[in-house]
Design a binder for this molecule. Sequence first.
Ligand SMILES: Cc1ncc(COP(=O)(O)O)c(C=O)c1O
Ligand SMILES: [Zn+2]
Length: 374
Amino acid sequence: MGGLTAFRCRACDAVHPFLEGRWRCDCGGLLDLDFAPALDPARLSGAVPTLWRYRTALPLPKEADVVSLGEGFTPLTPARLDGVDVWLKQDHLFPSGSYKDRGASLLIGYARALGVDAVVEDSSGNAGSAMAAYSAAAGLACTVYVPESASPGKLVQMAAYGAGVVRVPGSREATALAVREAAAQSFYASHVWHPLFTHGVKTVAYELWEQLGRRAPETVVVPAGNGSLLLGVDLGFRELVRLGLAARRPRLIAVQAANCAPLHAAFVAGAAETTPFPSTVTVAEGVAIADPARGAQMLAAIRTGGGSVLAVSEAEIGDALRLLHRRGFYVEPTSAVAVAGLRRHFREGPLTDRPVAILTGHGLKATDRIASLG
Ligand SMILES: Cc1ncc(COP(=O)(O)O)c(C=O)c1O
Ligand SMILES: [Zn+2]
């Protein structure tokens, strides 16, 4: 791996050793990782066709075994939507059926390097499925706390991997609170709190850079709830710029369901932080996050790159989902949020570069929801 590594608190600047399995600071603050990646582009041709081709840019101890199911290097596919040429990054084509495998592969590898034998996670479904899959591959026990409303297909999937599933009544936030007690006893493999997860997700930026001929695109559109994808894309491109491999970072467009849009509300208000959003139900269950823990960090990532936040209606999500399905991209409704945002973006003016939208979750995970949309 690249230069060595410690956790740093975003609130009080305290530094904590890397090989300590903590997920937050003693002050309760969120952690980032001080880490300098290394990447030799000359070594990429012929490297494994998975995200582990970027191992020197990933913060895993050199001697640690990689926990891999062959994830990453997903297709970047040209498509024409509403008469506009775009790129679709097919991150629904992962072993567990969502981009969360990027973070899970790295985070579970780190947990195993620490000698951990059990992990807990809270999730609307996909992060839990990913953590359960990689725990199964690593031989770790895994328990996932999920909101009662999570898609049945995702719960079946977690249990099939051998994970314990705890269904929590109420909102996604109630689930996040319920897991805290368990996190005192077991390693908390949180896709929101743990910075290792973000470092796994950043490989999507490295792949886009490589697949576009070793350059950054002008615009990347992502669905955003807790921001693990948004922050991973931002981190990856920031690192590529710092390494001298990309000239500039892309503008990031984060898209939320209007029924649950705290980031959008803060962005249009010019606020530096998000506040809890009075949300109503959305078909995009993966982004139904009323109070994202890293809201301030998400807003800063968007603003620094000159990006924006869009909020799309349930009708727009349904239309984008049908459009994708009719083009052969079978994704779940949460993925359609990004494409609904992309279609809005088309209307804002002429494009100078093909925008990229990231497709995040497989449609087979949400058969019931897709059926109910008709
Ligand atoms: C399919 C899908 N897309 C996008 C997201 C958004 O990720 P995040 O909440 O980290 O912003 C999720 C999160 O669960 C998801 O399941
Ligand atoms: Zn602190």
